[in-house]
Write a protein that binds this ligand. Structure first.
Ligand code: FMN
Length: 131
């Protein structure tokens, strides 16, 4: 099973979550701003996450998703952090759906910087999602 983790994070909260997910599924968490970010091979599950800024997604992650080849990605799992609102989960799902990428119902969301316990939980959930 080919699994990839991509994220966009301004201040490190979503990055920490991405790294816990990546640890759970045994791959590297790659920022969408990294030169390794483009996806060229078929992927079974893409974990993709970004935070909420002024009730929207950062344009960088919207652009990244708009440039994905939806035919290469079987399904996606979204994740996010924010102060309060889970709207970013819906917005990520919406952008992926526009690319005909099916998104699983289960998502990972934590407020601000996830605690060590929450990061452990995210690692476990991610492991279960690919099994
Ligand atoms: C400019 C700005 C706008 C934000 N707007 C919202 C918001 O509308 N709703 C919310 O719940 N959190 C909001 N947040 C909080 C961030 O979503 C939260 O700090 C998140 O964990 C940041 O993730 P990052 O460290 O991966 O960038 C905002 C943060 C910033 C810096």
């Amino acid at each position: 099973m080919k699994v990839e983790v991509r994220y966009y994070s301004r201040s490190g909260n979503t990055k920490a979550l991405a790294e816990a997910i990546a640890k759970g599924v045994g791959v590297e968490a790659i920022s969408i701003t990294d030169e390794k970010a483009p996806i060229n091979d078929n992927v079974d599950i893409l974990f993709i996450g970004g935070a909420l800024y002024a009730y929207g997604l950062d344009n960088k992650i919207k652009k990244y998703i708009s440039e994905l080849d939806g035919t290469k990605i079987s399904k996606a799992v979204v994740f996010s952090t924010s102060w309060l609102s889970k709207h970013s989960i819906d917005l990520l799902k919406k952008e992926l759906t526009k690319k005909n990428i099916s998104v699983v119902d289960k998502y990972l969301y934590y407020k601000n910087m996830p605690s060590a316990e929450e990061l452990n939980e995210a690692e476990t959930i991610s492991k279960e999602l690919i099994s």
